[in-house]
Write a protein that binds this ligand. Structure first.
Ligand code: TRP
Length: 461
């Protein structure tokens, strides 16, 4: 961490690298199922509003903090104010919680890729195929181990540069394919003439609005843009002083949100087209796997190839993300405990496997075991995205708004350009964001707890 920081060559390099971290399973797997579950259009609307306010302010603050201090999260907070070092530490816990269950989903993607490559893609569309896979004991564990093993190998032997090069080519292809499949899904949805799924996704229905919708959208925003976990601070620390910070933030946001939007357009209309009703919209984490093979099946023989291509691209997007997640955890462990890279890599690998196992078993033989009414995978997801990240985000806002003061960030932004949304930034970071985060967090944690303590229900909004 102490060696001289290498810099991204310019704005394009920076935006692509940060967008590479941001774009992953969060956009393609997580966004569509949340949007489907939380009312479609209303979720999309809340998400977009949050992205241009909260997302914009937090990303600007994090990148500026990183660029100003030249350090990653733990060091950066400490350098600016010793008392707030705990925020950096708290942020560092998040990737460690995400990595194991991220790899479980990565394993599911790998399984589907193999199904399509080996010519069994069409079978994967059959009712009950995914259920049978997920409820078996060893198969999901095997794919999970394979995915996380691959991630660990790359982190250990450091072929990230190679992977990065490949994904620079694959990412644009993924974008094109996603848009094309989205168009096809919308076409399927419209086959009966009324575009039910498209309407569900695009037209907000305010009766679906609740505090949980906002919390879910906020958690998704943090997750998808890799915010509130110190990652963007690290990226900022590599950013050159003359690169336009504000417009870089805008570009990353447009990129990330655009891909999530098209992934939703690819999956949600297809839900309605495939099952003829919205019966499947609340499927949760399994939605993508239950729906997409049906879309490929309806393409006929071509579908086999399109499916294989699609899953290999998603696998790459997932791998680049899991590699940087693991890399983050490994570097923290090796700094903290003075372990060499090999040892800390091994520690993280074993830890992640152990923590990941309940998440895979939770959808199978352990389906009966729940924590506050959630399966393990959903629980880890909830704790990291809907509890820890809002807490980190809250303290980041307080820190920037009242401790180092917004001017610290504003001055950093102004080194490279003028700050067009300066007023919006100050208002959001000082008042709007902290107040909203606290209200939403309390209300929805009570809501989750009311699964176990029914009396708490009266407090939720
Ligand atoms: N943003 C990534 C996605 O959308 C997931 C992610 C969260 C991530 N935290 C990260 C990726 C840290 C890399 C590093 O899938």
């Amino acid at each position: 961490m102490n060696e001289k920081r290498s810099n991204f060559t310019g704005k394009i390099g920076f935006v692509l690298a940060a967008a590479g971290s941001a774009v992953g399973l969060g956009n393609i797997w997580r966004f569509p199922y949340l949007a489907a579950k939380y009312g479609g259009g209303i979720f999309l609307l809340v998400y977009l509003v949050l992205a241009v306010t909260l997302g914009f302010a937090l990303m600007t603050a994090e990148i500026a903090i990183g660029r100003k201090t030249g350090l990653s999260a733990i060091g950066a907070f400490k350098k600016l104010n010793k008392k707030y070092a705990f925020v950096g530490l708290l942020a560092a816990v998040v990737p460690a919680i995400i990595l194991p269950y991220y790899s479980v989903i990565g394993g599911w993607v790998t399984k589907y890729l193999f199904a399509f490559v080996s010519g069994n893609g069409i079978e994967a569309a059959a009712d009950g195929y995914f259920g049978a896979f997920i409820s078996s004991t060893w198969e999901p564990i095997g794919w999970f181990m394979m995915f996380i093993g691959l991630t660990a190998l790359v982190v250990l032997f450091g072929v990230e540069k190679g992977i990065e090069k490949v994904s620079k080519f694959m990412m644009p292809v993924l974008v094109v394919l996603t848009v094309a499949i989205a168009a096809y899904s919308v076409y399927l949805d419209g086959a009966d003439g009324n575009f039910e799924g498209l309407k569900y996704y695009l037209i907000p229905d305010f009766s679906h609005f609740s505090a949980t919708t906002v919390l879910a959208a906020m958690g998704q925003l943090f997750y998808s843009m890799s915010l509130a976990m110190g990652i963007m601070i690290t990226y900022g620390s590599y950013m050159k002083k003359d690169v336009n910070l504000e417009s870089s933030v805008t570009n990353i946001e447009i990129f990330d949100t655009g891909i999530a939007f098209f992934a939703g357009l690819m999956i949600i209309p297809a839900v309605f087209a495939v099952s003829g009703s919205d019966a499947d919209v609340a499927k949760g984490p399994t939605l993508m796997f239950a729906v997409l093979p049906n879309v490929f099946k309806s393409m006929g023989t071509v579908g086999q190839f399109v499916g294989a291509a699609f899953f290999i691209l998603v696998l790459f997007a997932a791998l680049t993300s899991s590699i940087s997640l693991m890399e983050t955890v490994v570097s923290i462990i090796s700094d903290k405990f003075n372990l060499n890279r090999k040892k800390s890599c091994l520690v993280v690998f074993i830890g992640a496997v152990l923590v990941g196992l309940p998440s895979t078993l939770g959808y199978g033989p352990w389906a009966g075991v729940t924590i506050i009414g959630m399966q393990f995978l959903d629980f880890f997801d909830f704790i990291s995205n809907n509890v820890l990240m809002p807490i980190v985000a809250f303290f980041t806002c307080v820190f920037v708004g009242f401790v180092i003061k917004p001017k610290t960030v504003i001055e950093e932004v102004k080194i490279s350009s003028n700050f067009r949304r300066e007023k919006l930034f100050v208002f959001v970071i000082k008042y709007a964001a902290p107040v909203c985060i606290v209200l939403i967090l309390i209300s929805s944690v009570l809501d989750a707890l009311s699964n176990v303590i029914p009396a708490l229900k009266m407090f939720s909004i």
